[in-house]
Design a protein around this ligand. Structure first.
Ligand SMILES: Cc1ncc(COP(=O)(O)O)c(C=O)c1O
Length: 402
C-alpha cells in the first residue's frame, strides 16, 4: 500500500485477516466489474441468482460433506449470530426447547454484535457493553503457554477439556451448543490449540447431543495450511461460520453452514418454525462474484504452494526468535506466525502495544500486536524476502523496545 506522501507500507496482517491474494487482485476486481453489469443485487428471500448458486456449489467442494446447507449473511459477527440462533431454534422446533444454553471458551472472540459479544470472553472489547451480553457457560481453552490447569504440554493429556466434560455431564440436557474457534483463538491472543483438544470437544458434543459450532471466520480459506482448520483435526462441526477471506478481502460476506440434521428442524408446515433472520444485502451478487473468483484462484493457481512457502519462512524465523530472552513463546499454525513477548502487563492493554505498533509503521510494516502478542498473518502473495523483512523489523523492535 502507498500513503498519500508516497511511502510504501507492507500489509503483514492481510488488512484484519481478510486479504488472501493481494490488494486489488485483478482477477477478483474483474469478476466484480463483470457481475455489476449483469446484476448488482437482488433480494435473497424467495429469490435466488446465478452467482449465489454458483458460489454455494463451489464452496461445497471445499467444506465438509455433511454441511449441506448454507445461510448467507454479511460478515463474521452475523455468521455467529445466525449459528447461535439456528442452534437454539433447532431444539425449539424439535420440542426440546429446554436445550437453550450455550458454552464458549475462555479467551474466545467471535465478533462485536450483541450475541457474538456474549460468546466472546470478557475483554476491553466487551467491557462497556456488559449489560447487553447474555450469560453463557465459559470453560477452559487449551492455552498451553499459560495452561489453565497448570500442566506442561509435553506431558499432559489435554486435562483442560475436563471442565467441559463435567459441565456437559451435569447440564448436557439444557445445553444447545458449544462454540469454538477451531485450533486458533485469534483476537484473544493468537492461541494455538493442540488438535486433540478440538477432537475431544467434538466427541463430547456428540456424546451429549450438543451442537458444535466451529467459527472459521479467521481460520478459513487456507490460513492454517488446510482450507479449514477443522480439516487439520479431521473434525466435522454441526455448524460452521465462514467470512473474512471468502471474497479474497474485497467485499463483506458471511455464510453459516449447517448439517442436514440441523436444517431439517426448519422444514415444516408450521410457519413459526421458519428461521426468521435476514439482512438487506444478504447474498449480494457482487460479493458472490468476488467469492467465486477467490475460489477459482484456489483452483487455478498454486495457492497451497505459496502457503507452504510462507509456512516454512515462519518456522525458520520463529525458531530464531524463540531463543531471545525477551520472548516468552513463539507459536505457529500454517501461515500465521506468533511471538508472545514477555511483559509485566500481558494482555491487550499492555503498554508495549502502542510502542510496537508505531515502531513497525514507521518502518513501513503494518502489524497490529494484540497487546504483547505480535503476529504475522500475510496475504499468500507475500514473497519470502518480504516476509523476512517483516521479521527483521520485528527483531529490531524487540531489541530496541524491550
Ligand atoms: C473468529 C472470529 N469470529 C468472528 C469475527 C467477527 O468478524 P467480523 O469482524 O467480520 O464481524 C472475527 C473477527 O475478527 C473473528 O476473528
Amino acid at each position: 500500500m502507498y500513503t498519500a506522501d508516497g511511502r510504501k507500507i507492507i500489509d503483514a496482517i492481510s488488512s484484519w485477516w481478510v486479504n488472501l491474494h493481494g490488494h486489488a487482485n485483478p482477477r477478483i476486481a474483474a469478476a466484480i466489474a463483470e457481475q455489476a453489469r449483469k446484476l448488482e443485487h437482488v433480494i435473497l428471500a424467495g429469490f435466488t441468482h446465478d452467482a449465489a448458486e454458483e458460489l454455494a456449489e463451489r464452496l461445497r467442494k471445499w467444506t465438509p460433506a455433511q454441511l449441506t446447507h448454507m445461510f448467507f449473511s454479511d460478515d463474521g459477527s452475523t455468521t455467529v449470530e445466525v449459528a447461535l440462533k439456528m442452534a437454539l431454534q433447532h431444539f425449539g422446533n424439535t420440542a426440546r426447547s429446554e436445550k437453550r444454553e450455550i458454552v464458549a471458551l475462555a479467551h474466545g472472540y467471535h465478533g462485536d454484535t450483541a450475541g457474538a459479544m456474549s460468546v466472546s470472553d470478557e475483554s476491553p472489547f466487551t467491557g462497556p457493553f456488559q449489560s447487553m451480553r447474555y450469560s453463557v457457560h465459559r470453560v477452559h481453552s487449551a492455552y498451553c503457554f499459560r495452561c489453565p490447569v497448570g500442566l506442561k504440554r509435553e506431558s499432559c493429556h489435554i486435562e483442560c477439556v475436563q471442565q467441559l466434560e463435567e459441565l456437559l455431564a451435569e447440564r448436557g440436557a439444557q445445553i444447545a451448543a458449544v462454540i469454538v474457534e477451531p485450533l486458533l483463538q485469534g483476537a484473544g491472543g493468537m492461541i494455538v490449540h493442540p488438535v486433540e483438544f478440538l477432537q475431544k470437544v467434538r466427541a463430547l458434543c456428540t456424546k451429549h447431543d450438543v451442537l458444535l459450532i466451529a467459527d472459521e471466520v479467521l481460520t478459513g480459506f487456507g490460513r492454517t495450511g488446510k482450507m479449514f482448520a477443522c480439516d487439520l483435526a479431521n473434525v466435522t462441526p454441526d455448524l460452521m461460520c465462514v467470512s473474512k477471506g471468502i471474497t479474497g478481502g474485497f467485499l463483506p460476506m458471511g455464510i453459516t453452514l449447517c448439517s442436514d440434521r440441523v436444517e431439517s428442524a426448519f422444514r415444516s408446515e408450521n410457519r413459526l418454525h421458519t428461521f426468521y433472520h435476514g439482512h438487506s444485502y444478504t447474498g449480494n451478487a457482487l460479493a458472490c462474484a468476488a467469492a467465486i473468483a477467490n475460489l477459482q484462484i484456489f483452483d487455478d493457481e498454486p495457492v497451497f504452494d505459496r502457503i507452504a512457502t510462507i509456512t516454512r519462512v515462519h518456522a525458520l524465523r520463529l525458531r530464531h526468535l524463540s531463543v531471545m530472552h525477551q520472548v516468552g513463546e513463539t507459536r505457529q499454525i500454517g501461515t500465521i506466525g506468533i511471538v508472545e513477548l514477555r511483559a509485566n502487563d500481558p494482555g491487550y492493554l499492555s503498554d508495549l502495544r502502542p510502542k510496537l505498533y508505531a515502531f513497525f509503521l514507521e518502518r513501513g510494516v503494518l502489524l497490529r500486536p494484540l497487546g504483547n502478542v505480535v503476529y504475522v498473518l500475510p496475504p499468500y502473495v507475500m514473497e519470502p524476502e518480504e516476509l523476512h523483512h517483516v521479521y527483521d523489523v520485528i527483531v529490531e523492535a524487540i531489541e530496541t523496545l524491550l
